[in-house]
Write a protein that binds this ligand. Structure first.
Ligand SMILES: [Zn+2]
Length: 286
C-alpha cells in the first residue's frame, strides 16, 4: 500500500515536470527558435555578404579565385544559405570557417562536401559529430591563428586559446573592412547560453573581449545572433558580464541588475541573466 502511494506521488511529480517543460518550451523556446531562423541578407559591399538568422549569423567573402564562408547555419536555414553561397561562388572553391561547435553554426557543414572546413583545435571529434551529425567534421583544426588572403582582404582566423562560449571559439577578422565575426562570444541583446559540457567560462568571455579590443581595430561586429552592429556590442557584452559578477556577490543589487536586461532575448533557466549569475556562482565553487 505504501509503495503504491509513493508510486502515485512519483507519477504526479513526473507529470508536473513534463507539463512545466512543455509550457516553458511553448512559451519561450519555440518562439525563440522561430525568431532565430528568420533570415536577412545584407549586401555589405561587392565582395562581402552577411546573412543573419537561419541559425547563427554567417558571412560570405568572395574573391576572383575563392570564396570564404563563416558558419553554415542549421536545417532549412543551412539549405537556403548554401544556395546563396553557390550562386556567389559558382565553380570557385569554398573555404568554410566554423566559429564554434554548436549545431546552429555548423550543422550545415554537411552540404560543403569537397570544401576545406576550418575550426578551433580543442574540440573532441566525437562531441563534434554528436552535435552536428555525420559529414560535418572540419578538415583543418586551428590551434593558434591562420591568415588568409581573399582577394585584397586579409582574413585572420584566431583561435582564442582558452574557453569562453565553448572550449575552442574562433574569431574571424577582415582587416581592410574592420569587420569582426565573433560567433556566440558576443550576441546582440540576448543573454549567453553557457554550458559546462562545452567548458563555458565567464572569465574566458571577459578575456575574449580584451583580445577583440587589443588585437583588432573593430568597426563592425557580426555577433553570433542578432543584428549586426558596431564595436559597442562588445562593450555591451562586457558590461553584462561585469554586472552579473556583481549580482553573483551582492544580493541587494541583483534584482536591479537583472531587470536592466529585461529587454534582452532570454529563455528562463537556460539563457537568462539569472542563469548567468547561477553559472558564475557554480564556477566559483569549483
Ligand atoms: Zn549560436
Amino acid at each position: 500500500m505504501k509503495f503504491k502511494k509513493i508510486l502515485i506521488r512519483l507519477l504526479i511529480l513526473a507529470g508536473v515536470v513534463v507539463l512545466t517543460c512543455g509550457v516553458l518550451y511553448a512559451i519561450y523556446v519555440r518562439p525563440f527558435i522561430r525568431e532565430m531562423m528568420v533570415m536577412k541578407t545584407i549586401h555589405y559591399d561587392n565582395q562581402l555578404t552577411i546573412v543573419t538568422g537561419g541559425g547563427g549569423n554567417s558571412g560570405i567573402l568572395a574573391s576572383d579565385s575563392l570564396v570564404l564562408v563563416v558558419d553554415t547555419k542549421m536545417d532549412e536555414g543551412a539549405t537556403a544559405f548554401y544556395d546563396t553561397v553557390r550562386q556567389i561562388a559558382g565553380i570557385k572553391p569554398v573555404i568554410v570557417v566554423n566559429t564554434h561547435i554548436h549545431g546552429d553554426h555548423s550543422k550545415g557543414n554537411k552540404l560543403y562536401k569537397n570544401s576545406t572546413i576550418i575550426a578551433g583545435a580543442k574540440y573532441d571529434k566525437a562531441q563534434w559529430l554528436s552535435e552536428n551529425g555525420e559529414g560535418t567534421l572540419p578538415t583543418q583544426w586551428v590551434t593558434d591563428s591562420l591568415v588568409l588572403k581573399v582577394g585584397d582582404e586579409t582574413v585572420t582566423i584566431l583561435n582564442l586559446g582558452f574557453s569562453a562560449h565553448t572550449q575552442s571559439d574562433v574569431l574571424v577578422y577582415l582587416q581592410n573592412r574592420q569587420v569582426l565575426f565573433t560567433g556566440d562570444v558576443v550576441l546582440n541583446k540576448a543573454a549567453p547560453a553557457m554550458f559546462k559540457r562545452y567548458l563555458s567560462s565567464s572569465k574566458g568571455y571577459l578575456a575574449a573581449f580584451d583580445t577583440m579590443e587589443h588585437r583588432f581595430n573593430v568597426k563592425t561586429v557580426v555577433p553570433g545572433h542578432g543584428a549586426v552592429g558596431g564595436r559597442e556590442l562588445i562593450d555591451d557584452y562586457r558590461t553584462f558580464f561585469e554586472d552579473m559578477y556583481v549580482a553573483s556577490v551582492d544580493g541587494d543589487k541583483k534584482p536591479q541588475l537583472l531587470t536592466k536586461y529585461n529587454t534582452w532575448k532570454q529563455i528562463p533557466f537556460m539563457m537568462s541573466p539569472d542563469a548567468t549569475v547561477s553559472y558564475i556562482k557554480r564556477e566559483k565553487k569549483k
